[in-house]
Write a protein that binds this ligand. Structure first.
Ligand SMILES: *[C@@H]1O[C@H](CO)[C@@H](O)[C@H](O)[C@H]1NC(C)=O
Ligand SMILES: *[C@@H]1O[C@H](CO)[C@@H](O)[C@H](O)[C@H]1NC(C)=O
Ligand SMILES: *[C@@H]1O[C@H](CO)[C@@H](O)[C@H](O)[C@H]1NC(C)=O
Ligand SMILES: *[C@@H]1O[C@H](CO)[C@@H](O)[C@H](O)[C@H]1NC(C)=O
Length: 497
């Protein structure tokens, strides 16, 4: 493979030495040719500064670079590898003798590449200059890079935001970034552009989440907003592990983020050239944005405004409703069917209507119609439901509306809060919890009361059975009296005399 080939041919210490010699050499070339404008250009690109840093870095080479090399050899997919080889042959036949090309294309360093591997959610690389993206081999060529380092000239990342989740990440295609040094130290001629784009590119994978609405929002849409919103639509989205259903469902949001149709990278044989690119999406927390980590100080309030404008939602705010006018606060009830269903949902709806709410009961089919349901949710002051992806529709609630999360049996409070409770304050919403007791779960039809399901649910979490037993394995039968009390408090808090 090419990396190994390059490695044996030049040897990394020798290449490092060449790097040390490069600035004086360039100066000599510049002086000899009297090509003064280029001197200025070299200074502007910060080339000598970068080189100073390289001197330092080369001497502190550590395990990291070994890791990159290892990764790039071990994990390239067979098709991708074939494509690589093909290109390398193609490149190899153009010898460095073709000086016209070198002079015009790669005379001075013009590209930079920086990666951040320290975020727990995602690895991200940002690059600028002369970038050439080949979808079919999932490769980005960073041509004539001032950041070039022989040890990590090949970097691979998986552009999905659940880095800690092995199983999910195993389904994500790797994207390889191959840096090339500037001439005359580039021994390969970069592949020629077949399509030139003059806007930035954002490369990410949709392979991790199906159409689950929580994951779509938390893993992709919010990170995409953080990464791509600043370009105001003038950005090209390129998707690997392309899921047509996902793209179709979120088309309104994709269209609001980018003026251009998304590109399915996986089969793309074009060599697309871009001046700027992000590979991987920035992600800070579940269903949230940390303004301190966002380059542009983005917030969830801003994100929700963005959604409101994308879906033409009418209500930015809820305001307290006066009971004496006879107006009723509207409440959306998110219903589930296969698990975590409310077995006595009719009674629950009746009790809330009795309290004075106008109740909109939403079946899974209603909830899945995102464009329509966004409008329904935005027209409501309260949204109620058992823990589940449907609650993600809270993003469409007007500011200061209330989310009521019903927490199923099984020591689930912390996990449920993590997904839908903790994100609430940053969204400018109110939050209320209703925790189901052992009396209210259908698990008591399957397990005796002295079973760990009731005596020590935590032990089952530790055995990895949380999903199977407590999320997939129960429905809830609400204690209507207790539920009514909680909802009455909500009613009081959002209404006035
Ligand atoms: C390449 O490796 C050096 C250390 O050897 C590191 O400082 C630099 O950030 C790496 N470059 C990228 C793009 O990861
Ligand atoms: C890399 O990401 C981490 C975590 O998001 C952040 O704290 C850090 O500032 C980033 N580093 C750089 C150089 O941007
Ligand atoms: C929950 O109730 C539905 C009927 O509404 C039923 O089809 C489903 O099997 C039940 N699930 C569990 C886990 O009990
Ligand atoms: C927001 O809602 C809370 C109760 O949910 C209420 O007490 C408060 O007055 C509301 N704030 C505004 C600005 O409407």
């Amino acid at each position: 493979m090419s990396e190994r080939h390059e490695g044996t041919k030049h040897g990394s210490s020798r290449t490092a030495v060449m790097w040390l010699l490069l600035p004086p050499l360039l100066v000599v070339i510049v002086l000899k040719t009297g090509f003064l404008p280029q001197v200025a250009r070299i200074r502007e690109t910060g080339f000598s500064k970068a080189t100073d840093e390289m001197v330092h870095k080369v001497s502190t080479l550590g395990l990291d670079s070994a890791r990159w090399q290892q990764q790039s050899h071990d994990t390239v997919k067979p098709e991708a590898a074939k494509e690589h080889n093909h290109q390398d042959q193609m490149l190899a036949t153009n010898g460095p003798k073709d000086t016209s090309l070198i002079n015009s294309d790669v005379a001075v360093p013009i590209s930079t590449l920086t990666c951040n591997f320290s975020n727990v959610h995602s690895d991200i690389c940002t690059m600028s200059g002369d970038l050439r993206i080949h979808g079919k081999s999932a490769t980005v060529y960073v041509v004539s890079a001032s950041t070039f380092q022989p040890e990590n000239s090949t970097i691979t990342i998986k552009p999905y935001t659940r880095k800690w989740e092995k199983e999910t990440m195993s389904r994500i295609r790797e994207v390889t970034m191959r840096s090339m040094p500037p001439a005359p130290y580039s021994f390969v001629i970069p592949p020629r552009c077949t399509v030139r784009h003059d806007m930035p590119a954002v490369v990410f994978s949709t392979g991790g989440c199906g159409t689950n609405f929580f994951h779509a929002m938390s893993d992709l849409i919010i990170p995409l907003y953080i990464t791509a919103r600043e370009y105001n639509g003038l950005v090209q989205l390129l998707i690997t592990d392309y899921q047509p259903k996902w793209v179709a469902k979120f088309r309104p949001i994709l269209a609001a983020l980018s003026l251009y149709p998304v590109i399915d990278l996986d089969g793309d044989t074009a060599m697309r050239c871009f001046p700027l690119a992000h590979v991987g999406l920035e992600s800070h927390r579940m269903l949230g944005i940390d303004p301190g980590l966002s380059r542009n100080g983005y917030t969830m309030m801003g994100f929700r405004d963005f959604l409101r404008s994308t879906f033409s939602l009418q209500r930015p705010w809820t305001t307290p409703i006066s009971r004496s006018t006879g107006q009723k606060p509207r409440l959306a009830m998110v219903l589930r069917r296969h698990s975590r269903a409310i077995t006595n949902e009719a009674d629950a709806v009746t009790s809330m209507k009795d309290l004075g709410f106008e109740v909109v009961a939403a079946e899974p089919e209603d909830v899945n119609d995102m464009v329509h349901f966004a409008g329904v949710v935005n027209s409501c002051d309260v949204m109620v439901g058992v823990h589940g992806a449907g609650l993600t529709n809270m993003v469409f609630l007007p500011h200061n509306a209330t989310l009521v999360q019903i927490i199923p049996w099984g020591d689930m409070k912390v996990a449920c809060r993590y997904d839908y409770g903790d994100p609430v304050p940053d969204m400018g919403l109110q939050y209320v919890e209703y925790e189901v007791t052992a009396e209210e779960t259908t698990l008591n039809e399957k397990y005796p009361r002295d079973d760990p399901v009731f005596t020590d649910p935590g032990s089952l979490h530790r055995q990895g059975k949380l999903w199977e037993i407590f999320l997939e394995g129960q429905n809830v039968t609400l204690d209507i009296g207790r539920f009514r009390e909680v909802m009455q408090q909500v009613y009081q808090s959002i209404t006035t005399e």
